[in-house]
Design a protein around this ligand. Structure first.
Ligand code: FPP
Length: 261
């Protein structure tokens, strides 16, 4: 069971601060990316329409952001709508757009009460005006919040993001404001939608598929990946703790060697 975290921290003998879930509080992933998959299959298993699953998935996101914040996570990037999701039936696309619009209206108070800052990544092209307005409003209304960042990926594709960055870098080079020799990782990163955010340390994919699905392609270069067959609507804070425990058991080498002396 997900336990009240900060009230119950204890100091283990090796001086690592553990909480009662067994988490090492000095090694909490700063940024967790989540591919919220399995909504449709979960709904079908309940004998409901797919959109019922998206509605439940939006509730799960709220719960997980709250739990992640308590654990000390600084950023959650959640894949709400991909550039490929336009291929879905128009009724489902419309439902998700309405759900987003409602979510960004109804949750503002909750975001502010919990000091959550909302940001977005993705292209605005093709999004309904109402969704764009709600996005702008959510950014403005939560911009001074200093707690966890909820980074929602809407009309997002990793390849499209890299393409967008390449185009703007090329335009600057062509205009003579950027020297080609100066283009390095930092320059590329500053042209991505995620500019200013740390790269994800952990990528969580519920729903049983073992794919990246065009999510944060550049940024997850060294992220640890954790998957579960559990569908997103039934994903709980306990699963989050399980994922972080697995993360803490990994040895991150970033391409180097670990000194075994
Ligand atoms: C993938 O499940 C999920 C999506 C394409 C949409 C995710 C959207 C939400 C969780 C709700 C909207 C979010 C907010 C913040 C309001 P799937 O439909 O592919 O499931 P399946 O693999 O079982 O078909």
């Amino acid at each position: 069971m997900f336990k009240g975290l900060f009230q119950t921290r204890s100091k283990a003998k090796n001086n690592i601060v553990m909480d009662t879930n067994g988490l090492d509080m000095s090694n909490i992933p700063r940024h967790i990316a989540i591919i919220m998959d399995g909504n449709g299959r979960w709904a079908k298993a309940q004998g409901k329409v797919r959109t019922y699953g998206h509605q439940a998935g939006a509730e799960t996101l709220k719960t997980i952001v709250r739990a992640a914040d308590k654990l000390g996570v600084k950023v959650i990037s959640a894949y709400a709508f991909s550039t490929e999701n336009w291929k879905r039936p128009v009724t489902e696309v419309n439902f998700i757009m309405e759900l987003l619009s409602r979510y960004l209206t109804n949750e503002i108070d909750e975001f502010n009460e919990n000091n959550v800052q909302v940001r977005f990544i993705g292209s605005r092209e093709g999004l309904p005006d109402i969704v764009k307005q709600k996005m702008d409003h959510a950014i403005e209304a939560t911009k001074n919040n200093t707690g966890i960042i909820l980074n929602l990926a809407i009309n997002y594709g990793g390849q499209a993001e890299i393409l967008h960055a390449v185009r703007s870098i090329a335009a600057e080079a062509a205009a003579g404001t950027l020297d080609v020799e100066q283009i390095d990782n930092k320059v590329v990163e500053s042209h991505l939608y995620t500019a200013g955010l740390p790269a994800p340390d952990l990528l969580i994919r519920p729903g049983g598929d073992l794919r990246i699905s065009n999510f944060l392609l550049w940024q997850i270069a060294y992220a640890e990946i954790w998957t579960t067959k559990v569908f997103w609507p039934e994903f709980t804070p306990d699963h989050l703790v399980e994922a972080i425990l697995a993360y803490q058991g990994r040895e991150r080498r970033f391409g180097g060697l670990v000194d075994k002396k």
